[in-house]
Design a protein around this ligand. Sequence first.
Ligand SMILES: *Cc1c(COP(=O)(O)O)cnc(C)c1O
Length: 397
Amino acid sequence: MIKSSDEYSMDTLCVHSGAYNDNHGAIVPPIYQTSTFKFTDADQGARLFKGEEDGYIYTRMRNPTIEALENSIAALEGGAKALGCASGMAAISTLFIALLKAGEHVVCSESVYGPTTILLNSYLNKFQVDVTFVDTSDLSCVEAAIQPNTKLIFIESPGNPTLVMSDIAAIARIAHDNGAALAIDNTFMSPALQRPFSFGADYIVHSLTKFLNGHADVVGGIIVLKNGDEFPAFRKVLNHFGGVIDPFNSFLVHRGIKTLKLRMERSSENARKIAEYLEKHPKVEWVRYPGLPSHPQYELGKRQMSAPGGMISMELKGGLEAGKILMNTIEVWTLAVSLGGVESLIQHPAAMTHASMGAEQRLQAKITDGLIRMSVGIESADDLIAGLEAGLSRITN
Ligand SMILES: *Cc1c(COP(=O)(O)O)cnc(C)c1O
């Protein structure tokens, strides 16, 4: 098993990364489905608790199967250490709890995963942590939002659901010049397509639920640290707040990672073909995809991502009604939220996830009536295009 992400290519790291302890030569990390570990005697128990001996005590604190996954993702991201969490939101909330205290301020992308906005807006203010949401694709907005007490800049790139991109290297410089740190939610890209530490980011979080696991059968998350010195403090926070991943889910995600590079490449290839098809389609108003030259930040995407990924947004000309027709008549694609699995998913926010919001509120959140979000899987691009055409051809307005 290998550790260093500088010596091997991503293809190799996906298959081999994730050192683990095993005395029997198992070729995959065994599932240590145990809540607790035996001490050999009272003295050993004391030594383990005092930290004088390296070993396992209790799974919320440390578990070999979870550790194998953490080692794998730390290597993929080129970080020092990682912490497996129960969900992407557990990773993000643990990161905030570990880094922030009362009186401090966060600058956050306005285009982030909905529950991240809610966490910052509705819960962190209970602990007197302030937040400013800005368009982080515009560096002057980021600079203007910095305050003397700004401790953290939190971005998502490409952002959800607009696929707007933020310049990781430039924002890392702004953060560091102002005594703040940069954290990025790298869920949409995965380390196979974007490695934020190489652009100066300090912390990376992922929802493992999405591309890293890739098979729509696990909910999980991870925090990756560039600086290993911070690991003991983060480990304590995760242990005491308790949002750890479990061994079986860790095993499944670690298995999924073996094909991460292949899946990301295939999703990107498919998504590019689909985006090109949609951009020419008469029923489509616009398409937003980082791999299309029409994307306002196409050049930035090429600098910081090795491929454009599997996420596409588009606006249908016919608005709400056209969206509903597409949802009800599309073939091959599955109607569902979430993303990053081998199967292609499609959803219509105005008619589905955001239907309970008023029309005005939706517009404020940039959820237009004809907005469609797609997560492109690894099926045949031709079949996916035919499935879309089956729906789009039924739209009459
Ligand atoms: C899904 C998602 C999350 C949250 O992850 P969960 O595993 O559902 O908690 C966070 N960020 C992004 C970008 C996501 O897509």
